[in-house]
Write a protein that binds this ligand. Sequence first.
Ligand SMILES: Cc1cc2nc3c(=O)[nH]c(=O)nc-3n(C[C@H](O)[C@H](O)[C@H](O)COP(=O)(O)OP(=O)(O)OC[C@H]3O[C@@H](n4cnc5c(N)ncnc54)[C@H](O)[C@@H]3O)c2cc1C
Length: 390
Amino acid sequence: MHSHVDLLILGGGCAGLSLASRLSELGKEAPQVLIIEQKETYTNDRTWCFWDIEEPAYQSLTSHAWSKFEVANDNRLDVYNCIQHQYLMLESHHFYQNALALIGSNANIQLMLGQKLLSDPIKTEQGWSIKTGNSEITATQVLDTRPPKQISHNDSVLWQSFVGYEIQTESDFFSPKQMVLMDFDHTFKSGLAFIYILPTSEKKALIEFTVFSERILSKEELIEDLNKSIAQKIAGSPYEILRVEHGTLPMGNKLPTKNSDPSYVFAGLFEGGARPSSGYAFQRIQSWAKKCAHSMIASNTLCTLPRDRWLQSFMDGLFLMVIKKNPTIAASLFESLFRKCDLKTVVKFMSDQASIPDCLKIIRSLPPRPFIEALPRFIIERLYNRFRLN
Ligand SMILES: Cc1cc2nc3c(=O)[nH]c(=O)nc-3n(C[C@H](O)[C@H](O)[C@H](O)COP(=O)(O)OP(=O)(O)OC[C@H]3O[C@@H](n4cnc5c(N)ncnc54)[C@H](O)[C@@H]3O)c2cc1C
């Protein structure tokens, strides 16, 4: 059997489904799209959080919002009011259900589940070709959102590794209006470690143990610290684990961008999706999906995730170098940032919306010394990398 589509999307995760959802809104005008996904079914496998700024995408599907957050370092605890820009939680099963409903409403868009693509499409006269089972599919364009087949520690400046349990306790331990953004754990020696707590009721919370480090840390390497942190937070009381969440995000991805043929475009976490200084990717992927769908309508071309603006990229790169060289001071940098800079500016910066004056305010809120010390090496490395890539 042979079939031809306008667009083949490899990987039906956040990026693949986001673009397909935007295209499905075009009704009959939508191109013929086929999404190939290795999962058999979608589950609640991750929790996306982001700040409420300028009506973020999927705001209506969010299931929780926090109007206060904590940053704790050593014995100091700061509580910030973020009622103007709440921290929102989108459970992935709600995102997947919404995407499947949108895709299902448009006959031009098809999703093939349980299909793990083992080889890359090849270019033939009919277009990009792949084989699934006993059928051949050709496509005019391909969007590849699969993560790299192999990842090594050197592929990113730092890695964000985390493992979390959604737990249910017997007694009240949490405040559902106040989340813990960062509670630093200085006993952990292989990177910058902190606990992240998303309480959804007095007795229920997602608690994650997160580390920024040069090495990718496995779930097994983090689980003991997670258990210890939970025991501390709830004073050793019993709890039930409702769900486990785990991830590894690149912070300062060094993998070369793979796009060379405009009809075969890469997108997703490893293709500009992850913000270098935080690993956050959800909102960036949504902005890209919107732009890419417009580009498909206007000129029938796919687009890649945009490069970060120069100043933001410079600041993120320098920040990563500072915390890589000296993870012990990183906690105080975050503490200083939240204490000295107004929250709106910090939220804009974290959401890729900072203007030049906002960036300058961020710079002024941080102690200059570690950045000035790291600057010469940072500039040399940047120039060297630019020279090497050219
Ligand atoms: C647990 C977790 C929590 C996160 N929380 C946040 C957050 O709070 N805020 C934020 O901004 N970002 C967060 N992120 C980062 C980022 O938003 C997500 O990783 C996001 O899912 C990235 O989208 P993606 O499409 O690149 O990858 P994915 O969503 O992982 O999609 C890739 C898809 O490709 C499929 N695939 C892979 N190989 C093949 C193959 N050979 N054949 C067919 N299909 C294949 C996979 O099954 C998957 O569905 C989180 C990440 C994780 C893992």
